[in-house]
Design a protein. Structure first.
Length: 509
């Protein structure tokens, strides 16, 4: 079962490595892919914790389930709901059908073993029949996909998967043979949470490698990295301090279980975005460094020295670019060609321009300013690629200059989206985790516990509302471009941890 859980996270790693969540469409596709993957894992887990035994039959069934997970990995790289490939979406529908049919066979095997017990046979038959009917529906959906079109029929996958899970949990409340009492269902959920946190640690480690590779260590970067690691560790402590779940049964156990779906979705997006903050700050540092290099060249030109020539200016700028590219090599030939064109344009400027003031040659001054801006944007876009941020992804602009500006603008817009969903999901994660905490309480909450739990909810709502600062360009951009994005999250979760272990105050009288 643990091996099967690892395949779940492996699929997410494959998907996120191909579809970095930096655009609205990719965010929606990530959530959609995660939904069908999570519910497929969940339905298999519901069978495992109640009925699985070590036998040749179960090992063969597990082999097919692992094959289903491999199928998820195969379609992951080309899962684009807004630009569908017929074979990919039809293949995924077949994968979902096969997964349910294997469950039908597994439940049928259990039905055979209890065939002489009427009270156990019919509830199990009902579950098996429901999975068979859902498998037929998945098969029917594959005929709705066509090349060159993007029908919204795939939304039915999400709805059906959720209905399957709710039906299974609902039937478990009615019949004892389907009950989860005495099973390790809650342990499976907490174990998956732990694996997801481990995935977050792996992503942080990858960012460390990226920074080391590009010689990017500064005191601020080290502080942000420390905040990232501390946040994951604090979150780990909070979750396992709160989750006293071993005694739960009945409706509370099932609510606690199904709430892990929004919890895991929010947690994965939170971890995905938070780790990108590390790279983003490093990019801001490099961008400021590049800007300082260009400003040094501009400072030399401001003297209006009569001995300065256009060739000297072009040579000085070329040295600056080469100095930057020595640390962050250019990846695309397009970048090198564009820089060569810009430097050639600057080299063709009349030498009289450098010894005059700006009003002497207004048109040339305007052209020179534009060339410097183009050069800076082109260099920055090239540096982005060194940090695995491709600004030219999905860029269909033909004009080289417009392409560079569009790439630079969209890269900044991508991170605003990352900021928005990271803080939103951080708040949602804390809110849902608080709900899980309330469900695990053996006894009613005391006034002190109610106050403390309310503070947890307020902090969760507050984190989500931080997203609103991105709406105001004047104030929000200052915070977004600051090194405080990760430390702020770390401080909030540290406050939650302190409140968790804060002893109950003595009575006033």
């Amino acid at each position: 079962q643990l091996f099967y859980d690892l395949w779940f996270v492996a699929n997410l790693e494959v998907f996120s490595s191909v579809h970095e969540v930096t655009q609205n469409t990719k965010l929606y596709s990530y959530m959609g892919y995660l939904t069908i993957l999570w519910f497929t894992w969940f339905l298999v887990g519901l069978f495992d914790v109640r009925y699985v035994t070590d036998s040749i039959f179960e090992r063969l069934a597990r082999t097919v389930h692992l094959g289903v997970m491999v199928g998820f990995a195969v379609v992951a790289s080309r899962f684009h709901p807004d630009s569908q490939i017929k074979s990919i979406f039809q293949g995924l529908s077949i994968i979902l059908m096969v997964s349910r049919l294997v469950l039908v066979v597994q439940y049928a095997a259990i039905i055979w073993h209890v065939r002489h017990f009427k009270d156990g046979k019919w509830p199990l038959t009902l579950v098996a029949v429901s999975h068979f009917l859902f498998a037929i529906i998945y098969f029917g959906l594959l005929f709705g996909f066509n090349d060159g079109q993007s029908p919204r029929i795939f939304i039915a996958w999400y709805v059906i998967a959720a209905c399957e899970a709710l039906l299974n949990l609902g039937l478990a409340l009615k019949w004892k043979v389907l009950s989860f009492a005495g099973t390790h269902l809650t342990e499976r959920m907490t174990l998956l949470t732990l694996i997801i946190l481990g995935e977050g640690v792996i992503t942080i480690a990858k960012n460390v490698v990226l920074i080391v590779k590009n010689q990017g260590w500064t005191s601020v970067t080290m502080g942000i990295l420390t905040a990232a690691i501390t946040t994951v560790y604090i979150f780990f402590m909070i979750y396992f301090d709160w989750m006293n779940h071993h005694h739960m049964t009945g409706i509370r156990q099932l609510l606690w279980t199904i709430l892990h779906f929004p919890f895991h979705v929010a947690l994965l997006l939170f971890m995905e975005g938070a780790t990108q903050f590390i790279t983003w700050w490093k990019l801001l540092e490099v961008q400021d460094f590049a800007n300082d290099e260009f400003m040094n060249v501009a400072a030399k030109l401001s003297t209006h020295d009569n001995n300065i020539t256009s060739e000297d200016v072009a040579h000085s700028l070329n040295d600056t670019v080469n100095h930057l590219f020595k640390q962050y090599p250019a990846t695309y030939q397009l970048t090198i060609n564009e820089i060569a064109n810009i430097l050639q344009n600057i080299g063709n400027i009349t030498n009289w321009f450098w010894s005059s003031n700006e009003t002497g040659f207004p048109e040339i001054n305007q052209r020179f300013t534009r060339d410097i801006d183009n050069l800076f944007v082109t260099v920055i876009n090239s540096i982005f690629v060194n940090f695995k941020v491709d600004p030219f992804e999905d860029n269909e602009e033909v004009d080289p200059v417009k392409m560079q500006y569009k790439a630079y603008t969209e890269t900044n817009n991508r991170f605003i989206l990352v900021f928005q969903y990271t803080y939103t999901t951080a708040g949602i994660t804390l809110i849902v985790m608080t709900m899980l905490y309330v469900l695990t309480k053996r006894q009613g909450l005391t006034p002190y516990n109610i106050l403390r739990t309310s503070l947890f909810l307020v902090l969760g709502i507050g984190l989500s509302l931080v997203t609103l600062v991105s709406i105001r360009d004047s104030h929000g951009r200052v915070f977004i471009r600051s090194p405080w994005l990760l430390p702020t999250l770390c401080i909030v979760f540290l406050c939650v941890l302190i409140l968790t272990h804060l002893p109950k105050p003595p009575p006033l009288i």
